[in-house]
Design a protein around this ligand. Structure first.
Ligand code: ATP
Ligand code: MG
Length: 405
């Protein structure tokens, strides 16, 4: 779990603000849900046999004995809130987005932390593949706005409750015949979660599954047509993508369209965003039978990719140097007025010498300085110095607020 320090927080603010701007253009409104939810919300939606639920959640009993969990992802909480607050009644499509901390007890490494942050978006209520393409276009648009181009979009279809069970059995049969070749983790999970074997990082599992059956070759007619149209709309919108038939997701609620945005710049933590369709999820949580599609972007990984870029530090617009107690009091009032007008102003609080005050102004990078002493208090005039070129200008103290704001 990391602290985000003031010298890098600008990147975070940029990423968050740009997301709200871009997503707003597509009609997404921000929603904020609590960091804690009832444990069952996650075990029921993400799935009992997934890595997240099996071993990564921060779960505890509170003082009244309820089992609570720090949210490991954002979709289930947003759906819980959507149902509870009856947001379905407001429009035929609900477009929600969120920014927040997620918690997973994973092995920490570069790009993988125990508290991390996601920006996510969810479009609820539309089955039409246009909305899948819209959501992917929005993701694409966001990445071009933040200036990250070294990513590629991979898409796949995971079928639906009609076609997946048959495919799943075929995959189990395929894996069973090659059981000794799989890693111990996959030998354990191939019956409960056979799809997960397809994205196991172990070389042995990769080799053993090169010829494994793929979901996209076993889609029912409806899923096949849906996926075909998603790709068609992506072509129409000129969103570049590749079909990755091996892509599966680590959460059980996904059906049909699934996707990942991957990069080769972050070593093995190569996914910067991921998502898909979750038709059926809202109903399984006790809500209306509405489909949905969404994604989550991992903020830390974006920050790592943007790290090398120069950040322009924010600097005060004015530093007021005061000589003597009367001048300091006057300077204090002036500073407060300017701050209230939105002009970032600084001064000395410690009775330092003029030289020390000017040194501090310089170090802070103040754009302008103003020196106030007894003489300036008497005449009501002071010198406003431009720090970049050392030019000076005489200004009236009583019109300084207008001059600078
Ligand atoms: P991975 O395959 O990297 O474990 P995931 O499938 O568990 O990812 P999702 O649950 O789909 O990831 O989350 C979406 C995005 O959130 C990921 O693509 C990644 O950028 C980010 N993310 C997930 N887990 C972490 C983590 N522990 N630390 C930092 N970022 C993370
Ligand atoms: Mg994971």
């Amino acid at each position: 779990m990391n602290d985000v320090l003031p010298d890098v927080v600008g990147v975070w603010q940029f990423l968050e603000q740009t997301a709200l701007d871009v997503f707003g253009t597509y009609g997404f409104a921000e929603i904020r849900t609590p960091a804690l939810e009832k444990t069952e919300l996650f075990s029921r939606s993400i799935g009992e046999t997934t890595d997240i639920v099996e071993k990564e959640m921060y779960t505890f009993n509170d003082k009244s004995g309820s089992s609570l969990t720090l949210r490991p992802e954002g979709t289930a909480p947003v759906m819980r809130s959507f149902i509870q607050n009856r947001l379905a009644t407001q429009d035929a499509v609900a477009k929600l987005c969120y920014i927040g901390a997620m918690f997973r007890h994973e092995r920490p490494q570069k790009g993988r932390y125990r508290q991390f942050h996601q920006i996510g978006a969810e479009a609820i209520g539309v089955e039409d593949p246009k909305i899948d393409a819209q959501v992917l276009l929005m993701l694409h648009h966001y990445f071009s706005r933040i200036g990250i181009s070294a990513v590629s979009l991979e898409v796949n279809s995971l079928g639906c409750p009609v076609c997946r069970p048959g495919y799943r059995q075929q995959l189990i049969n395929y894996l069973q015949a090659r059981l000794e070749a799989l890693c111990s983790e996959c030998q354990r999970r191939y019956l409960n979660n056979p799809l997960r074997v397809l994205d196991c990082k172990a070389e042995a599992c990769r080799a053993a599954t090169v010829a494994a059956p793929a979901m996209i070759d076993h889609l029912c007619d409806e899923c096949d047509e849906h996926f075909r149209q998603v790709r068609q709309y992506l072509d129409l919108l000129e969103v570049p993508y590749v079909v990755n038939p091996r892509m599966v997701r680590g959460l059980d609620y996904y059906v049909r369209t699934t996707f990942e945005l991957v990069t080769d710049q972050l070593g093995s933590q190569n996914a910067v965003a991921a998502g898909g369709r979750y038709d059926g999820l809202i109903e399984s949580l006790g809500g209306p039978a509405l489909p949905g599609v969404g994604f989550a972007i991992g903020l830390e990984r974006l920050v790592l990719m943007l790290d090398k870029r120069q950040q322009k530090a924010k600097v005060p617009a004015l530093f007021i140097a005061a000589l003597g107690e009367d001048a300091a009091r006057q300077a204090f009032v002036l500073m407060s007025k300017l701050q209230a007008q939105g002009v970032w102003t600084e001064m000395d609080y410690m009775g330092k010498s003029l030289k020390a005050q000017m040194r501090r102004a310089d170090k802070m990078g103040a754009v302008k300085t103003l020196i106030i002493g007894d003489e300036e208090l008497r005449t009501g005039l002071a010198q406003l110095k431009n720090m970049a070129d050392s030019t000076q200008k005489s200004v009236r103290l009583d019109s300084l607020v207008e001059e600078l704001s």
